[in-house]
Design a protein around this ligand. Structure first.
Ligand SMILES: NC(=O)c1ccc[n+]([C@@H]2O[C@H](COP(=O)([O-])OP(=O)(O)OC[C@H]3O[C@@H](n4cnc5c(N)ncnc54)[C@H](O)[C@@H]3O)[C@@H](O)[C@H]2O)c1
Length: 327
């Protein structure tokens, strides 16, 4: 099978690419290698596929609709799309909202239009986010919950992405599955997320910023569990729902609501250094807690997260130390 992976140089995209190549698929990876964070990390992730004849990399901006259209003739064999390219990050959406519209809304439409024109395509899987649950207070978050109260532009664009996929499934019968990821961490992770930010500060002897006085809970999900969920979803094209529309949405979380302070303590232990904690108020666009109800994902995808944070954090730290040559 030939699968298009957008965001292939990204954290989750590079791991999904590795898993698809390992099972014998061919992968066309698309990424614009933007500088939202250190481009060298993106290049290093891609370098792992150097010399693999089953992998082809295309540098393109999915927000540029003409650029995506120009790729279509070369993608005619493609049977699946794993669409992970996005402008990610809740806090940055306060600074630069247009980046989110360009990639997460216009880019989502460009990929749905691409799906429409690929003759062998069976399924499009795309990344959504736990942030669509906004300030919902009922935990765990269920896919049946109301999700029309986003707290950030990022969350609003992710919800928009789900609705656009639904419209394309309805209008053109394009089978698609949205995956709401819950705080993913692990080797090759994102430098703007807690595990990496905290590790950088702890190793550099700088204070870490702990929001809401540390009273935060997150469903931290290890990358291997996410990859297993993405591949399971890809292999099961969405069947028509009760209204005949082949679109559905799943939560991919760890189904454990962990205290942020425990996450930090495990990082300190794995790094063998104490963090200097600077307590700060809650940030405007942040949510105090996330917790995934994964019943539907278990039932329909066979999704079974297997990595608690006391196993996943030491694995992240091992990678972090070897990548940054920290002794
Ligand atoms: N990591 C998480 O905890 C998390 C949580 C919820 C949702 N998500 C979603 O999962 C997906 C992957 O996230 P990630 O953590 O791997 O992020 P990432 O930033 O590491 O990966 C995204 C990749 O997309 C690329 N990209 C961005 N804009 C692009 C554009 N216009 N054209 C082409 N490529 C572009 C980036 O260069 C990057 O390599 C995203 O859709 C994100 O919103 C991630």
């Amino acid at each position: 099978m030939t699968i298009v992976v957008t965001g292939a140089a990204g954290f989750i995209g590079s791991h999904v690419t590795a898993a698809l190549l390992a099972r014998g698929d061919r992968v066309v990876g698309i990424d614009n290698l933007n500088d939202y964070y250190d481009v060298r990390l993106k290049e290093a992730r891609l370098a792992r596929f150097d010399g693999n004849p089953a992998f082809r990399f295309v540098r393109a901006d999915i927000g540029d609709r003409a650029a995506v259209e120009a790729l279509l003739p070369d993608l005619r064999d493609c049977t699946g799309i794993v669409h992970l390219a996005a402008q990610a990050g809740v806090r940055y959406s306060l600074e630069n909202p247009y980046a989110y519209i360009d990639t997460n809304v216009t880019g989502q439409v460009a990929m749905l239009e691409a799906a429409r024109h690929l003759p062998r395509l069976k399924h499009l899987v795309y990344a959504s986010s736990s942030s669509v649950y906004g300030g919902n207070r009922d935990l765990p978050f269920s896919v049946a919950d109301r999700v029309d109260r986003p707290l950030s532009v990022y969350a609003a664009t992710k919800k928009a992405g789900e609705m656009l996929a639904h419209a394309y499934a309805h209008n053109y019968g394009i089978a698609s599955t949205g995956l709401r990821f819950f705080t993913v961490y692990g080797p090759w992770g994102r430098p703007d997320m807690a595990a990496f930010l905290f590790a950088d500060a702890i190793v550099g002897g700088r204070p870490i910023r702990v929001f809401n006085g540390g009273d935060m809970k997150r469903d931290f999900t290890y990358i291997d569990d996410i990859v297993a969920g993405v591949v399971a979803a890809l292999d099961r094209p969405a069947p028509p729902d009760d209204h005949g529309v082949p679109h559905r949405v799943f939560n991919l979380g760890n189904h454990r609501c962990e205290e942020l302070m425990r996450f930090i303590a495990l990082l300190e232990e794995a790094l063998g250094r104490r963090a200097e904690k600077r307590m700060e108020p809650m940030q405007m666009a942040d949510v105090p807690a996330t917790y995934a109800d994964i019943e539907a994902s278990r039932r329909e995808l066979g999704y079974e997260p297997a990595t608690p944070i006391d196993v996943g954090i030491p694995r992240f730290v091992d990678w972090y130390k070897s990548y940054h040559k920290v002794t």
